[in-house]
Each structure stands twice: as structure tokens, then as C-alpha cells.
Design a protein around this ligand. Structure first.
Ligand SMILES: [Zn+2]
Length: 336
């Protein structure tokens, strides 16, 4: 029995949803004398021709809010399955994958990295093109410094191997899939980041990302996220979503859109400067009403993405329209 509150809540949710969920332990990790499971949950129709969405969180142990947002959303989905016929219909037409706590060892130890000192978002076998910021961009100096990539040539950390296996087997087997990975800590606005992180070149699916952004703003005009390629802020080595996106591109017929929700926590600190003195403070909302607001707000986004994945054929542009969208997207993000 674990004493990590997020893991206990996940296990409660698994009991609540056992009629609808398939759960497995993707890997187990050690932290001190503790062992923790990394769970992978699936629900909905397993038919690989249908669209799929994957929800990921807890990659960085300090960013507990990402895991909490996903647990709140998953609990609400499972509760709705008790009575919501439309949700049952939706799940007949798509697949959902959840991996809400990828780095339980880091969360237990209150570190960004995993228990071996490796930053899982710097650990994939991919090199940035050009200069990266010192340390922040990923380095191999020492696991005692933040943003450590791991040793050169070594296999990825087991948490990342489990994450990549889940994405390859559960998402990339589908013709259309979206991944959303929930983080916090950067800036004062909520952002949606997309590849690349390793290079300043636009991805081939930039048109689809722009269309998705427009669709969200038309559907929820008061919910604002700042969409941008991660490379606009800083470039990094070893980004696991860049790595998986490039893997997905080995089959050009497939669309895989990996998105990172980066919850802007600096605003929480500005509203409550005492948070600066708490180790968890700058990554997580500390006041209860603010926590509830954060959980509610991002649920709208997660629910939207689920429905957008299911209905992708009605909004994805093709032919000349798609080319024009791609040009517009390049102008917006790469030639401002
Ligand atoms: Zn993070």
C-alpha cells in the first residue's frame, strides 16, 4: 500500500472504474526502500482503425498538479459512465489511454527528476540542433544538477521506456492519435506546446495544430491557451515527445499530435508570494479555491481534445486548404 496521495487516488479510481478500465503495470520503480507501480489504463473501443487519445502526467515529480488534473478528469469520466449514454457512444468510437503518474519515485522524493537523478524530458535519444541553454537544455555533467540527461549511449530510463512502449503500442497503431502531457511551472500563462523542442524547424502537422487551436477558440472563446512550438521558448536535448513524433513519421499516413499542457504557475505565486518558500509551491496551486479552479478549467480542455480526436475527420483540412493553413501556421510561429 502506497502513501503517495496521487497514487492512492489513482488506485481508488481503478477500483471505481473496474467495469470499464483495463489496467496494467507498465513498469515498477524504486525510490529508497519503496517500490511504486507505473500504471497504464485504457478504456473505450480497442479497434486500431479508430482514433485514440492518450493522457500523460507526473513526468516531473514536483509538478503534482498535472497528475491531479488527469485524476480529476478520469474520475469524472468514470462517474459519468454510470449514467451518460452519450459518453458510452463516444467510447464505442474511440480509445482512451491514461498514464497519469509516470514518475512516482520522483514525486515521492519531491524531485523533478526520477530517483536516479535523470530528467525524463531530457532523456530520449535525440540531440538538439544548434545551441541549447546551459543546463536547462539538458546536460551530462552530473545527476546532482537539474536537467540531467543520463549517460551517453545508455538506454532510456525505465519510466521513459514504459511511456514510449505505451505510445508505440496504444497510440501509434491508430491512424489518428493525440497525446497530451500535463506539466506546470513555466511562465504566467497556460501554454500548449508542440514539437519540435530539439529544432527550430516546423513539423509537418503544423496545419492540424493551428486548426485545432482555432477549433478550441471557436468552441470555448473564453478559455485562452497560448499555443506555440516549444523551440520558441528554448531548445532541449532528449525531448521524449519529439522522439515519439519522429518515430510516428516513419509512416506518413499516420497523424500523431503530441501536445504538452504547460500550466503557468507563476501567476499562482504572484497571487500568493508565500508559495515561494515552499518547495512544491512554485509548481502547484496552494490555495484550495485556486486548485479547484485549475482542475475545472483544464477539464474543459481535456474533454475538448477527447471529442476533437473522435471527430477529427470533420475538422482536419485536406488538399489546398491544408497547404494554406500550413503556410499561415509557418508565418505565425516561425516568421513573426
Ligand atoms: Zn514538467
Amino acid at each position: 500500500m502506497s502513501t503517495l496521495p496521487e497514487l492512492s487516488e489513482l488506485e481508488r479510481i481503478m477500483r471505481l472504474g473496474h467495469d470499464h478500465l483495463e489496467a496494467c503495470v507498465a513498469c515498477e520503480v524504486s525510490a529508497g526502500n519503496k517500490r511504486f507501480p507505473v500504471y497504464q489504463l485504457t478504456l473505450g473501443n480497442p479497434d486500431p482503425t479508430l482514433p485514440c487519445i492518450g493522457f500523460f502526467g507526473g513526468v516531473h515529480g514536483l509538478e503534482r498538479i498535472g497528475t491531479q488534473v488527469l485524476l480529476y478528469f478520469l474520475r469524472s469520466l468514470l462517474t459519468r459512465l454510470e449514467w451518460d449514454k452519450s459518453l458510452h457512444h463516444l467510447l464505442q468510437d474511440m480509445r482512451l489511454v491514461f498514464m497519469p503518474l509516470i514518475n512516482p519515485g520522483g514525486m515521492w522524493l519531491s524531485t523533478r527528476s526520477n530517483p536516479r537523478g535523470v530528467d525524463l524530458m531530457r532523456n530520449a535519444p535525440i540531440e538538439a540542433l544548434g545551441d541549447v541553454p546551459f543546463l536547462l537544455g539538458g546536460h551530462r555533467i552530473s545527476p546532482w544538477l537539474p536537467w540531467y540527461r543520463g549517460t551517453a549511449g545508455a538506454e532510456m530510463e525505465i519510466e521513459n521506456l514504459a511511456l514510449c512502449q505505451t505510445v508505440k503500442e496504444e497510440l501509434l497503431t491508430h491512424p489518428f492519435s493525440i497525446a497530451v502531457d500535463c506539466h506546470s511551472g513555466f511562465g504566467s500563462r497556460d501554454r500548449i506546446w508542440f514539437p519540435h523542442a530539439h529544432s527550430v524547424h516546423p513539423i509537418e502537422h503544423l496545419a492540424d495544430i493551428l486548426r485545432l487551436e482555432e477549433l478550441f477558440e471557436e468552441t470555448y472563446p473564453n478559455n485562452r491557451y497560448l499555443f506555440e512550438p516549444q523551440s520558441v521558448q528554448y531548445r532541449t536535448h532528449g525531448d521524449v515527445w519529439d522522439y515519439l513524433y519522429l518515430q510516428s513519421q516513419q509512416d506518413k499516413r499516420k497523424t500523431f499530435l503530441p501536445l504538452t499542457l504547460e500550466m503557468g504557475s507563476w501567476l499562482w505565486v504572484k497571487k500568493n508570494p508565500l508559495q515561494l518558500f515552499s518547495r512544491h509551491g512554485i509548481f502547484n496551486p496552494s490555495v484550495e479555491h485556486r486548485l479547484h479552479r485549475v482542475l475545472r478549467r483544464h477539464t474543459v480542455w481535456l474533454d475538448f481534445l477527447m471529442r476533437a480526436a473522435s471527430g477529427h475527420e470533420s475538422w482536419m483540412a485536406t488538399g489546398p486548404t491544408r497547404l494554406r493553413l500550413q503556410e499561415r501556421a509557418v508565418a505565425r510561429w516561425y516568421r513573426p
